[in-house]
Design a protein around this ligand. Structure first.
Ligand SMILES: [Zn+2]
Length: 149
């Protein structure tokens, strides 16, 4: 091989190396933006749990009922059923139980509803934390290079 060709090859390899560093730098700044976004999400999701209002572990819903009187409109037409009534599904001694609430017990229903919101929020937080872990792993892989000897 002649010398000028060797010099040419060295220059080409150096250029390729510089380009690869530029690409990595660009990717890293994109990754940093993603990191910030995930950390902001985690920050707000984590603090939702810190409200002070009490919660009730149950699934709230509204039901409509038939009264059973043949003369009542609900007897034939399910659109004319009575309600909505507030109920909460709870687990007592390992069994699902539906607790019917009085109108004056709307606060209990709301506490169960808030519990469900907190639960959803917790699951979202868990997901986001996993995304953050995955991203950090990717970034470390991106920065890791082999040894050229
Ligand atoms: Zn009825």
């Amino acid at each position: 091989m002649n010398t000028s060709f060797e010099i040419y090859l060295v220059i080409v390899f150096k250029l390729l190396y510089i380009i690869s560093i530029m690409i990595t730098t660009h990717k890293l700044s994109k990754y940093k933006q993603k990191l910030h976004r995930l950390i902001d999400q985690i920050d707000s999701l984590a603090f939702v749990c810190a409200h002070q209002d009490p919660l009730i572990q149950g699934v709230p819903s509204q039901v409509f009922r038939k009264c059973g009187k043949p003369s009542c409109g609900c007897f034939k037409d399910s659109a004319k059923r009575h309600g909505p009534y507030l109920v909460v599904q709870v687990v007592k001694e390992g069994k699902q139980k539906q607790v019917a609430l009085k109108k004056s017990q709307k606060a209990i229903w709301q506490k169960a509803k808030n519990y469900q919101t907190q639960r959803k929020n917790y699951l979202k937080l868990k997901q986001t934390t996993e995304q953050l872990n995955g991203l950090v792993k990717e970034i470390i892989q991106l920065r890791t290079e082999g040894i050229n000897s």
